[in-house]
Design a protein around this ligand. Sequence first.
Ligand code: FAD
Length: 446
Amino acid sequence: MLQFDKLSLNIPDTAKPRVVIIGGGFGGMNLAKSLRNTDVQIVLFDKQNYNGFWPLLYQVATAGLEPDAIAEPFRKMFDGYEDFHYRMVRVNKIDTSAKTVTTLIGELHYDYLVIAAGSKSNFFGNADIQKYAFPLKTIPEALNVRSQFLQCFEQASVTTDPAERESLLTFVIAGAGPTGVEMAGSLAEMRKHVLPNDYPGLDFSQMKIYVVEGLGKVLPPMSDEAGKKSQKYLEDLGVIIKLNTLVEAYDGETVTFKGGEKIRTQTLVWGAGVTGALIAGIPTEAIEKGRILVDPINRVQGLNDVFAIGDIAFMKLEDYPKGHPGVAQPAIQQGKHLAKNLRHILKNESTEPFEYFDKGSLAIVGRSRAVADLPGNVHLGGFIAWMAWLFVHIWYLVGFRSKLIVFSNWMYRLFTYQRGTRIIIRPFVRKDDVVGQKILVQNEME
Ligand SMILES: Cc1cc2nc3c(=O)[nH]c(=O)nc-3n(C[C@H](O)[C@H](O)[C@H](O)COP(=O)(O)OP(=O)(O)OC[C@H]3O[C@@H](n4cnc5c(N)ncnc54)[C@H](O)[C@@H]3O)c2cc1C
């Protein structure tokens, strides 16, 4: 058994400047890689031992990919890096006066601190939605969603209560951003090609997939063209879209919308909002709308040696009054750019302001159906956008092994219309679900 008083971060002392990075996602990982061969000690803290490729997380949730296809372990990624130290810990607190970060197993002094902790689901203070809805921000959460989907089909095939069956076969996705759209499209394709063979006793014309969006269009961060096209693609697949509709309550059985309309469902997937994954100790005056205010070199407002990059950073610029979009490219580009500026700072040279290069946005709805907004006001749809989506995602996936697994999975699906991973690895049962808990205990008995 581990004893806390015998644990230590075990980072060697150094005469070099120490750069501590909190979070090895798109921003932190690119920063750490770009600092290779710089005369600094790098310490990376991340609560999970891998870098996750979140744009494909919905495919783990919809039985398209196994989790290891979209994750690369830090120990492998940084193999061979000199004076680089990774520790699997959560940073709980920052002390900007003492220049330390605190974790459960000790604290560490930094010379430069980079906060790259990303974002977390925002339930807008609604405790019931937080308790009963399914967020989709991490691999364990994607596995929960996958188990829930598959368990709903298993339970629907054995219940004798038609109302219960209807609720089990109704899926509500809150948020019509890329995650909501991609998840709904994937689920609709499963209903068409996979589920009727798996469950011949179930009538899948009863299965309903809703996408609910508070704003007036599908894919709010993308162009109107992309929004309209993706809405049509989803409707062609039989997805019911409700725009200008806000989820007000959910008790695990019934979703209530603002205005009073109700839908009975066992599954509400929550993709309706995110907020910065803030850490205690960040000065409150540097926080705005859940994110950390930074200057054009990503330096945290009011602090000299603390930086924030990626989703958690709020760089207010004339062109981006609401900050950069919460997508991978700003995080990647800020990580690389900050490495350059840290080298300038170490040499007492002047720094260069960050300039975002918008490479465009893509979203997939299903087989041969995707939308793309490209620089120069170019909007693509259909097969070309779908090919572009496949190519870009394979290109940006980290590691040859992941690229190979994902590519071969997609080819398998393209030709067979099948999904290879319809396996409940870890059953999901809510603590207050008495029948579910009983079945779980029964199944796990020797
Ligand atoms: C389901 C989903 C789908 C997405 N789809 C797309 C897409 O199609 N295209 C696109 O461009 N973007 C997409 N995004 C957004 C994109 O993934 C983010 O913008 C990007 O990951 C931001 O990078 P980051 O480095 O700021 O944070 P992340 O990549 O989220 O990394 C943050 C890291 O910090 C770690 N961490 C957090 N808090 C702590 C702590 N206190 N201590 C230690 N470690 C900590 C986390 O474990 C994580 O590894 C999607 C996101 C999600 C969740």
